[in-house]
Design a protein around this ligand. Structure first.
Ligand code: FAQ
Length: 313
């Protein structure tokens, strides 16, 4: 027992000195569990996050837009892969993580449970959702667990291209015909509040934050990052003359922040619990893709077994 307390103390001292923890280093069981929870949730989000945009690949308005969207959606698959690999360094397999998702025991981001109704949603998702992801992930790139932090560096570079392609769509539509302007304003109105919810519950109701901050997995709180996102996005909306759907949005001279209105946390928890507009459909699509891919996994396993048998012989 004393040994454990000593190990924990040394671990915390390493964290406090800003050292990076690597897979074979000693770590508290709770640190390992928290990271598996968070990284696997992040990986599932990247993969489920392909669905709202994948929906529009066949309906992109030009070949250029189709190529860009295709590349973006493929990038999200890649992010999922890096993140599953990062989580595997903590002693869990990808199969187990996917089982936990299918059993409803692992989560994925609430944002992907909303429908993508028009082409303007492709612009708005890039602008808001990837924009929010960048704010969150540039912080995570400085986190204490090496494999996760390193994965974040490449992911952030790609997300920044994603955000730019989204903002470009939005900016073009915003200076387009009245119908295009109306369409993009409608998308902004629908995605704004769910994007603020992506940062997680408020600090006074965030059970994991204290531990994650102590271990420098997270370096900022949910509310701090949400505020950073609001401050950044207000100016971008003004630049393309779109309005954000919040009558309480107001610049606060004292704090230098944009104060915003009340977030509907009942809606957030309802979506997190599986009752959002698209939860069922997203999980069905994920299960079907997983089942349809069973033969690939079997073939890969058979190939691996045959190859390792040959090497052993
Ligand atoms: N959705 O105690 P906290 C992307 C859960 S990637 C669903 O505050 P924590 C790229 C939380 O898990 C987007 N559940 O939790 C892309 C916990 O439940 P649990 C994903 C949520 O960990 C763009 C409970 O509520 N990014 O978008 C959400 O300290 C376009 C209490 O919460 C990441 O996953 C939510 N929004 O802070 C892809 C980043 N928020 O697990 C495709 C990594 C909270 O105890 C297209 N994760 N919950 O049962 C994080 O930074 C953190 O985990 C937070 C939550 C900030 C999400």
């Amino acid at each position: 027992m004393e040994d454990l307390a000593k190990l924990e103390q040394e671990f915390q001292a390493r964290i406090d000195r800003g050292e990076i923890i690597e897979p074979k280093d000693w770590m508290p069981e709770r640190y390992r569990k928290q990271l598996i929870r968070m990284i696997s949730q992040h990986a599932h989000s990247e993969v489920v996050g392909m669905l709202p945009e994948g929906n529009w690949i066949s309906r992109a308005p030009s070949l250029r837009r189709k190529k860009v969207l295709l590349a973006k959606v493929q990038d999200e698959a890649g992010h999922g892969l890096y993140l599953y690999c990062a989580a595997e360094t903590l002693g869990i397999s990808r199969d187990e993580m996917i089982d936990l998702l299918h059993q409803g025991k692992a989560k994925y981001s609430s944002i992907f449970n909303y429908p993508s109704l028009t082409w303007a949603d492709m612009g708005t998702i890039g602008w808001f959702v990837d924009g929010a992801a960048i704010v969150n992930q540039t912080m995570l790139a400085k986190g204490s667990y090496g494999p996760y932090a390193r994965a974040m560096i490449r992911i952030c570079k790609e997300e920044s291209f994603h955000k730019k392609q989204g903002y470009e769509i939005v900016a073009n539509m915003a200076k387009g015909t009245p119908a295009q302007r109306k369409m993009v304003q409608d998308a902004v109105n629908r995605w704004w509040w769910p994007s603020l919810m992506m940062f997680g519950p408020p600090d006074n109701n965030s059970p994991n934050s204290a531990e994650l901050l102590k271990w420098k997995v997270k370096k900022n709180t949910n509310d701090e990052l949400r505020q950073r996102f609001v401050n950044m996005t207000v100016k971008q909306a003004q630049a393309v003359k779109l309005t954000l759907p919040d009558p309480d949005l107001k610049y606060n001279e004292e704090t230098g922040n944009w104060d915003y209105g009340q977030i509907d946390w009942d809606e957030f928890w309802n979506v997190v619990k599986g009752n959002g507009p698209m939860n069922r459909e997203r999980m069905e699509a994920h299960r079907k893709a997983h089942d349809d891919g069973a033969w690939v996994r079997e073939a890969a396993r058979a190939y691996h077994a045959k190859k390792s048998g040959r090497n052993a012989a």
